[in-house]
Ligand binder design. Sequence first.
Ligand code: F6P
Length: 347
Amino acid sequence: MRVGILTGGGDCPGLNAVIRAVTRRSLSRGHEVVGVLHGWRGLVEGQFEPLGPREISGILPRGGTIIGTTRTNPFKLEDGVDHVLEHFSNGWLDALVAIGGEDTLGVAARLYREHALPVVGVPKTIDNDLAATDYTFGFDTAVFVATEAIDRLHTTAESHNRVMVVEVMGRHAGWIAVHSGIAGGADVILIPEQPITVEETCRLIKRRHDGGKDFSIVVVSEGYELSHDTGERRLVAGEARETDQFGHVTLGGIGETLGREIEQLTGYETRVTVLGHVQRGGTPTPRDRVLATRYGLKAADLVHEGNYGRMAALHGDAIVDVSLEEATAELKTVPPQWYDVAKAFFG
Ligand code: F6P
């Protein structure tokens, strides 16, 4: 069998660990493995590269993806899906492991549903917003990076009696903000799912200052809608407002706007740090390396068994498989009970 591996969407730490695990296990069973370059674009254009022991050597701790990634959606390209299918009908590929988040796996689910494409999925995203799995790999690393930044900002905030606003990633879900905020001891955490207002944020900061703490840390998720007591709400998007092939606008900038409003309303000196892609780069944490490795082995097993249309998933401590359909039906957002843990330390 010739097994293709594709990484799609935003890169994330641990992708190479999955590639290594899928390749190692598949080669040991006598299969051939090829990397499909640049996500779905490579499958539309037929860009493949063989993966063997030499290619995967030393990649376990390396961030990014050795086979590249894009946000290409074959359903948005003329004859895109036909080209994808051709590479299977002409014998180039027998099976595909698609490693991605809601968009990449959404394409995989549709190709399986509508064209019986022999594909299995691996759940990747620093946002941790994929359903049917407890955790995606890459999330732990992003939380680690954000927590370290919050720790560092604490000491400088305290020295200057400042409010520090930290903008973290999380397009539709506030998982990174909630976890890094809890771990870093944030005084307010703002997420898309529970948009508490700027005025309420300032009340919490003032209460804290009245209680004798004259510095505060506010963690805000890039997808938080700027909300006011008047009921007004708006998403702050980046300068380039064009959408990608999956219809997503470029986010970023909420931190600056929020920081200005906090300074105006409280009178406290405020500074803003936008962590951006630092959260996605660099070496994966040990937990992400292990999770990615387990996912990769499971994906290789699913391919070997011909168990297509499935995705490797984490349930508790067990690696299981779920349907791609279930995994991409809806996003996994932060439930109120998780936000309650964070709220216990507000103000
Ligand atoms: O989906 C992962 C993610 O990092 C989001 O948190 C963020 O909104 C987006 O990707 C950024 O995308 P890009 O790398 O295209 O700027």
